[in-house]
Design a protein around this ligand. Structure first.
Ligand code: F0G
Length: 466
């Protein structure tokens, strides 16, 4: 990375946003009183808010990136031919430049790639291990009748543990799992970075070891690569011997170990929509392509417009920029450090795409079944117009037999859209926390007054407890 230098040749302390702003999107200001009404009208569910009523939207980093001038230009050159569009070939060559797979199938987003993969590899009685499956991956595995297993290292489940690669696979457990379930396992997966585990990276050494164990048992190794560039930059920063390598070379080596990948281009490809499934195996790829035609579209567009394919192709060139990645990882670390200084506990060390606040530890007076994570998320909106997402008992507490229990953790995720917010937005987020922390004992939990059968966090209705 080339850090801005001072007259004396020293690196400047401030890591600036490595872009300037040409087109802006106004934020509509709201008062606390307005937000009080809006929150009540949304039945205290932040998914029910209109995004115009949100000041800082940290609900997700998915599909919310700002495009560069080169990406906007690429949109205009998108070719919308049904078959054989040049946009597809630009997309395919940009993907293959970083990820050396033989077959690349475009999909409309990541979960479509997962659905196609498991329509081919899944099925009743199959078992799919991973470090931690993201929820859509798990849901697609289960929808096929198969079962997903999370084998992340023990450090990855401890929010205060400072292990540099908390997304690592527990390779010994994977080996034992494959020895026991061998015949029923269609593939081994690995999510980089581990979103569900706090955006934690996987080391190159662990990727090699996971691949070796999968291959020893004759299983294809598939990487969920959504945040591949952030993972590669963590490797550069933290893994022994990687400091002098180019991020793009680290990326290539990460994926050379694999037999395929699923990808959501809505994350580390700077696109608003898109994804792909890549595979080396000809037979598998042919079955996947047949499924693709059925559910997504012809193999040279796969559910995307030509302009989307071009935006992804350009995004993949920009995401490996090391000045961008330094700024990206520093943003989460900066907010997390300032929150810790206020006594707000976060999942350590800070991950790439998001800051995860440990709401259960921050609000110990609110029991898990009164949803401390949700209470904090609602307070962030009320006090500051910030939208975040509870990852805790609201999301995971409802069991399939209809009874409710505390989730392992009650977290609030603040996911950072790429290239969208500046440092003053970050400082504002910290200031809102400062206000909340000063009066945190007055925060109350909530009760659910209506909920659907499944995925209740999206649409449940709440009432605050007095
Ligand atoms: N895998 C991971 C690790 C993800 O984080 C996501 C999406 C997907 C797969 C599915 O991709 O949304 O394009 O279908 N994560 C978003 C989030 C939704 O907010 O974390 P998709």
């Amino acid at each position: 990375m080339v850090r801005a230098q001072s007259r004396t040749g020293q690196c400047m302390k401030t890591i600036i946003e490595p872009f300037r702003i040409k087109t802006v999107e106004p934020i509509r200001m709201t008062t606390r009183e307005e937000r009080q009404h809006l929150l009540a009208a949304a039945a205290y569910n932040l998914f029910a808010l209109k995004s115009d009523d949100v000041l800082i939207d940290l609900l997700t980093d998915s599909g919310t990136s700002a495009m560069s001038t080169a990406q906007v230009a690429a949109l205009v050159s998108g070719d919308e031919s049904y078959a054989g569009s040049p946009s597809f070939f630009r997309f395919e060559s940009a993907v293959k430049n970083l990820f050396p797979f033989k077959h690349v199938l475009p999909t409309h987003q990541g979960r479509a790639a997962e659905a196609i993969l498991f329509s081919v590899l899944g099925g009743k009685g199959k078992n799919v291990p991973s470090n931690t499956h993201f929820d859509t991956t798990r849901a697609n595995i289960e929808a096929s009748g198969a079962e997903g297993f999370d084998l992340v290292i023990a450090e990855g489940l401890d929010p205060r543990n400072e292990h540099p690669f908390k997304g690592n696979m527990d390779v010994a457990r994977l080996d034992a799992f494959l020895a026991k379930h061998g015949d029923s396992v269609p593939c081994v997966m690995l999510t980089v970075t581990n979103n569900a585990g706090g955006g934690q990276p996987v080391s190159l050494e662990n990727i090699r070891a996971t691949a070796a164990v999968a291959h020893k048992h004759g299983k294809p190794f598939i990487i969920d690569g959504c945040r591949f560039a952030e993972n590669a930059y963590f490797i550069k920063l933290r893994e022994k011997g990687q400091q002098n390598r180019k991020v793009e070379d680290i990326v290539r080596e990460m994926f050379q170990n694999a037999d395929g990948m699923t990808m959501s281009a809505k994350k580390d490809a700077f696109a608003n929509i898109g994804g792909w499934l890549a595979l080396n195996d000809d037979v598998l790829a042919q079955s996947a392509r047949e499924r693709l035609i059925l559910t997504e579209g012809f193999p040279t567009y796969g559910g995307l417009a030509g302009r989307d394919l071009d935006a992804i192709a350009q995004g993949l060139k920009e995401i490996i920029d090391e000045d961008y990645l330094a700024y990206r990882l520093r943003t989460s670390a900066y907010i997390a450090e300032r929150l810790e200084a206020l006594g707000v506990p976060t999942v350590r060390p800070s991950g790439g795409h998001a800051i995860f606040v440990d709401a259960r530890a921050f609000l110990p007076h609110i029991p898990p079944l009164q949803y401390p994570g949700h209470a904090l998320a609602a307070a962030l909106y009320l006090e500051g117009g910030i939208r975040s997402c509870e990852i805790g008992t609201v999301m995971f507490g409802m069991q399939s037999d209809g009874h409710e229990q505390a989730a392992p953790m009650d977290l609030v995720r603040m996911a950072m859209p790429r290239r969208v917010y500046t440092q003053s937005h970050a400082d504002y987020v910290v200031e809102v926390f400062e206000e909340i922390a000063a009066e945190k004992d007055r925060l109350r939990g909530l009760k659910i007054v209506w909920q659907p059968q499944r995925m209740r966090h999206f649409s449940a209705k709440f009432e605050p407890l007095r």
